[in-house]
Ligand binder design. Structure first.
Ligand SMILES: Cc1cc2nc3c(=O)[nH]c(=O)nc-3n(C[C@H](O)[C@H](O)[C@H](O)COP(=O)(O)OP(=O)(O)OC[C@H]3O[C@@H](n4cnc5c(N)ncnc54)[C@H](O)[C@@H]3O)c2cc1C
Length: 381
């Protein structure tokens, strides 16, 4: 896969030339033309063009754990968030219900001003333009953006999370939704992140005079309490099977040793287009889909690309398939769509050992998860 070669090359280059100063430099947002102080790998990792294990292994092969502890922890933030949302999928469903209720606010002037870079907060407008133009924002800019959206512009966090998810090339339901909740003070109840003008001016490339931010905001509050439910991991039965590859776990077929009778790609772009994902994001996903489809054609002689329920049910029937298997589809619009099909036919999700092992540690805060990192590393490195 060409895009995988590209990602591996970037990972190698980053590890050799910049990784050693990650802890010192990572908080600076030097602007879109200078993205070397963090790895800039998130769009690949989100789609598992390269996966967390590979990133950690390569980084660790160059440096001791202590030297790159911060970088490894950041990669584990992703794993932590993914596990947390799998354990509490009601948080995703509740966010979607809130979005439906907020539908009539989408056309409101404050919301339209925010998403069209027409607010009175100059830095915020710059980040809106950058996000739409590039599909990326630096982590610190994401935190400032969210804080300003919620506490200065006083807009509903759910609409902001939706705007991010549909414009970020690395958009991920867990990392995005839960980071918004974290800044709002809903993840660790009462503990919120408030952006301060001095901090923005210290860490951002462009300096802003006269920033008028609400720096004394209190955390948001919600009355709902979400409890963890155990994650169900399906057992593999690959008799008379169809493997449905997808771009949330793009390198699955390169990694698995299991064999299947039939292979196809499930293209979720139609599902995401209905949710109004931006063209930039859909185009990026289309490139990944094409590469997975090419891989399936050259290695398993299959040209099948499935885009909807009817097509899937037809193939199951024609080929007499007993077991439809997908690399585990985590919380998000793709999984919601598959759950509808699961009412009609059995579909098994196969999770990687890494996910199965790590997700169990996501049931508390990141601090508790972090304590398990040495144990996780000794198992997977
Ligand atoms: C409000 C908000 C929304 C976010 N939404 C997303 C999202 O949808 N998808 C996403 O991948 N990240 C998200 N992040 C996390 C983080 O901002 C990006 O992962 C990071 O900026 C990507 O840049 P990088 O690849 O240079 O990261 P690096 O700093 O080089 O980190 C290496 C990798 O670790 C992972 N990572 C790093 N920091 C985090 C973090 N805080 N949370 C989760 N994973 C992390 C990413 O896969 C990243 O590529 C969000 C953060 C905030 C504050």
């Amino acid at each position: 896969m060409k895009i995988r070669e590209e990602a591996l090359e970037k990972l190698k280059n980053y590890s050799e030339n910049f990784l050693s100063s990650y802890a010192k430099d990572r908080n600076f947002d030097f602007g879109p033309d200078k993205r070397t102080n963090t790895s800039f790998l998130s769009k690949y990792i989100t789609h598992r063009i390269i996966d967390e294990e590979e990133v950690i292994k390569l980084a660790h092969s160059k440096y001791s754990y202590l030297k790159i502890e911060k970088f490894i922890q950041e990669v584990f933030w992703r794993t932590y968030w993914k596990g947390w949302l799998e354990l509490k999928p009601q948080v995703w469903q509740s966010y979607k219900t809130d979005l439906l209720k907020l539908n009539d606010q989408i056309q409101s002037k404050p919301h339209q001003d925010a998403i069209n870079a027409k607010t009175s907060v100059e830095c915020f407008n710059d980040w809106v333009v950058e996000l739409k133009d590039t599909g990326y924002l630096h982590n610190h800019a994401r935190m400032w953006f969210v804080s300003i959206w919620i506490f200065t512009l006083k807009l509903p966090w759910q609409l902001g999370a939706d705007f991010f998810l549909k414009h970020l090339l690395d958009g991920d339901a867990a990392s995005n939704t839960l980071s918004w909740r974290w800044v709002a003070g809903l993840h660790t109840k009462g503990k919120h992140y408030v952006a301060a003008s001095w901090n923005i001016n210290k860490f951002s490339a462009k300096k802003y005079n006269n920033l008028k931010l609400n720096e004394n905001a209190t955390a948001l509050f919600e009355s709902e309490n979400f409890t963890s439910i155990p994650i169900h991991f399906d057992k593999l039965n690959n008799q008379d099977s169809l493997l449905l590859a997808h771009n949330l776990d793009s390198n699955f077929l390169l990694k698995t040793k299991d064999k299947f009778n039939h292979y196809a790609l499930f293209d979720f772009n139609g599902v995401l287009a209905k949710e109004n994902y931006s063209k930039r994001v859909l185009d990026f996903k289309a490139v990944i889909n094409q590469e997975i489809a090419d891989h399936i054609r050259s290695n398993f002689s299959s040209n099948t690309i499935i885009r909807d329920k009817e097509q899937l049910l037809k193939i199951i029937d024609e080929k007499n398939i007993k077991n439809v298997i997908m690399p585990y589809v985590t919380c998000g619009y793709e999984n919601d769509f598959m759950n509808e099909i699961k009412n009609k036919t059995k579909i098994s999700y196969i999770a990687r050992d890494y996910d199965q092992y790590c997700f169990q540690f996501s049931n508390k805060g990141f601090f508790a998860f972090k304590e398990q990192i040495p144990k996780i590393l000794s198992k997977f490195l």
